[in-house]
Design a protein around this ligand. Structure first.
Ligand SMILES: N[C@@H](CCC(=O)N[C@@H](CS)C(=O)NCC(=O)O)C(=O)O
Length: 237
């Protein structure tokens, strides 16, 4: 007998992973510890939404000393996900966990080249794109003024230069078409919030135009109603 008939369903219809305790199948609560402005939190949310998983979000600001005691992340970053008594941090681990633990559309391709390129996109973002695109260009141009701080123009200029190799490599992967091709994978979920923040800065938006395939991918997803939650919002709920 398969497990499917035994699975618990939450009110929203999301199927929860079953836990067998003395023969009883229990749905397990999903909690995302995140920060409303964090791109990494938005990545996890995009995957939760794609899979149709019901979750509760606990707000914790890793930049605010007042929140330090509240953040369960051992390195005081966001995000962390708990599912029942299982906890996982590091966004790529969280997104793979959600994709594997829950029903819903498969967000990992099956062809070897596509799997490799999905992982490559995620690594490029984490290691070479997040800092220049988000922490230098976006944070300085868009976020600092919301905190009544002057943007550091030198940091923005440096970020735009450092962003180039990462954008070039993402463009090349996009052009090859094995991922970022309309079939949503974990690569799309990792990339969309990052480019959304980068493009919230006028310089970022202009810089992206030099990468036609990536730019086209971004235009299609960022203008789609389904993905508006990934866009930067200066006044999130
Ligand atoms: N490697 C971590 C990176 C997460 C990360 O850097 N998150 C940012 C917010 S977008 C953060 O918590 N920053 C706090 C800090 O830099 O002190 C992951 O993949 O989850």
């Amino acid at each position: 007998v398969g497990l499917v008939p035994l699975l618990g369903r939450t009110q929203s219809g999301t199927i929860s992973v079953p836990v067998h305790r003395k023969g009883i199948v229990l749905p397990q609560k999903v909690t995302l510890y995140g920060y409303k402005f964090s791109v990494y939190t938005r990545i996890a949310i995009m995957v939760l939404r794609e899979k149709g998983v019901s979750y509760t979000q606990v707000e914790t600001n890793p930049f605010d000393p007042k929140d330090f005691g509240k953040n369960p992340h051992p390195f005081n970053r966001v995000s962390m996900l708990t599912h029942g008594d299982f906890a996982v941090y590091e966004t790529r681990a969280i997104t793979h966990y959600i994709n594997t633990a829950f029903d819903g559309p498969a967000l990992c391709p099956t062809a070897p080249g596509a799997i490799a390129q999905m992982e490559q996109v995620i690594s490029i973002i984490d290691n070479y794109a997040y800092w220049p695109l988000v922490r230098q260009v976006f944070s300085q141009r868009v976020f600092s003024p919301t905190e009544n701080e002057l943007p550091d123009e030198a940091d923005i200029a440096a970020g735009l230069i450092s962003a180039q190799p990462a954008l070039q490599q993402l463009e090349s992967i996009c052009q090859q078409g094995q991922v970022l091709n309309g079939a949503i994978t974990l690569a799309d979920c990792h990339l969309l919030p990052i480019l959304a923040y980068f493009c919230a800065a006028p310089e970022g938006k202009s810089a992206l135009k030099h990468f036609p395939n990536l730019s086209n991918w971004h235009t299609i997803l960022s203008t789609h109603q389904r993905y508006q939650h990934a866009q930067f919002d200066a006044n999130p709920a």
